[in-house]
Design a protein around this ligand. Structure first.
Ligand code: NAP
Length: 253
């Protein structure tokens, strides 16, 4: 992996794994959090391939950076649409990811936080696909009564109800900070991303550009109404992998 540009002025260079770790660490700011959103997109802006999943457009280097970012996060935040399509479950990790977390003093696993209005999710997702896994929090609205929520609680899922009609994302982020979980990684999807950006809650926007073109009619990384005023971002770093994948990171402001 090669660093092509770094806002802090570091000259272009080939990165070691520990330099990559430091670059993707979450620089928790004065407001006590760092929210990074991370998407892979094709050169023509598609966020998935013909099967409707991002797995059909990502590359080997993206797999690795995706896993590294998971290893560095306290929280993996996703919209329920992505959780359903991509089959999200409690986060399990490879031994190298767990070793890294131990080394830098993070909890054994990141918390998976799923945002949903409908609660159309399977409580079974509290069980990881493989081995051990982290806790799961589902955040929904006040519009559900205890009977609907009970199956999730019985499965060991913590359910938060924050907002009427839609989840109040600012309250979600604030509560995660209160719980001592400041390093937040949002893995999508485009509707949750729209909500976070509209509420000014994104500190860093990371985009993987996969060197391919798929056509089709998939949404972009943000889906929803026009955002006004449009938030501004400045480039923080640009990396190029041996498999020609480009990694762009922009920070708010
Ligand atoms: N290329 C990539 O990096 C990438 C990353 C992530 C996802 N994706 C793709 O994106 C697609 C899924 O996108 P999507 O349109 O379903 O978007 P999404 O943002 O994943 O999910 C939208 C759903 O999240 C819930 N939600 C989001 N914000 C909410 C709020 N403020 N309050 C209450 N609920 C909220 C709602 O769930 P309920 O419907 O349950 O109420 C809503 O329908 C999949 O095809 C996936 O593969 C691609």
């Amino acid at each position: 992996m090669r660093l092509l540009y770094d806002e802090s002025g570091r000259p272009p260079k080939t990165l070691t794994e520990s330099e990559l770790e430091r670059l993707y660490d979450h620089p928790v700011g004065p407001d006590g959090r760092w929210v990074r959103t991370n998407f892979v997109t094709t050169l023509d802006g598609s966020i998935y391939g013909p099967d409707g999943r991002s797995g059909s457009i990502n590359t080997e280097s993206d797999h690795h950076l995706f896993a590294l970012q998971r290893a560095l996060a306290d929280v993996i935040l996703v919209g329920a649409g992505t959780a359903r399509v991509e089959g999200y479950r409690a986060v399990d990790l490879a031994p190298w990811q767990r070793e890294l977390r131990q080394r830098i003093g993070l909890a054994d696993f990141p918390v998976l936080v799923i945002v949903t209005a409908t609660l159309s999710l399977d409580p079974e997702l509290a069980r990881p696909a493989d081995g051990h896994g982290g806790p799961v929090i589902i955040v929904s609205t006040d519009d559900h009564d205890d009977a609907v929520i009970e199956p999730f609680r019985s499965a060991g899922i913590d359910v938060w109800q924050l907002g009427h009609g839609a989840v109040d994302l600012a309250r979600v982020i604030a509560r995660l900070v209160e719980r001592g979980l400041p390093r937040m990684l949002c893995e999508g999807g485009p509707r949750l991303h729209h909500g976070l950006l509209s509420a000014g809650l994104v500190d860093e926007l990371a985009i993987t550009l996969a060197p391919t073109v798929v056509g089709g009619e998939a949404p972009r990384t943000v889906h929803g109404d026009w955002i006004s005023p449009a938030p501004g971002f400045r480039p923080d770093r640009i990396l190029l992998a041996d498999d020609q994948t480009l990694f762009l990171s922009y920070v708010a402001g």
